[in-house]
Design a protein. Structure first.
Length: 59
C-alpha cells in the first residue's frame, strides 16, 4: 500500500515552487517591458498558479 505523504509538505512545496515559477515569469515579462516586477504581480500570479495546481493535482 502506497502512502500519499503529509499534505502539509505538499502544500509547502506547492507554495515555494509556485512563488519561484511566478517570480521567473514576471521577471521575464518585465524584461520584455510587458509588466513591472513588483511584489503584487508576483504574489498575484503565485496565487493563481497555487490554486490551479491545488485544484488540478492535489484534489
Amino acid at each position: 500500500m502506497a502512502s500519499d505523504g503529509d499534505p502539509r509538505v505538499l502544500l509547502a512545496m506547492n507554495i515555494v515552487l509556485s512563488t519561484a515559477f511566478s517570480t521567473v515569469v514576471v521577471w521575464g515579462l518585465s524584461y520584455l517591458d510587458l509588466t513591472a516586477l513588483t511584489l503584487e504581480n508576483v504574489a498575484g500570479l503565485a496565487l493563481v498558479v497555487f490554486a490551479a495546481t491545488y485544484l488540478l493535482v492535489l484534489r
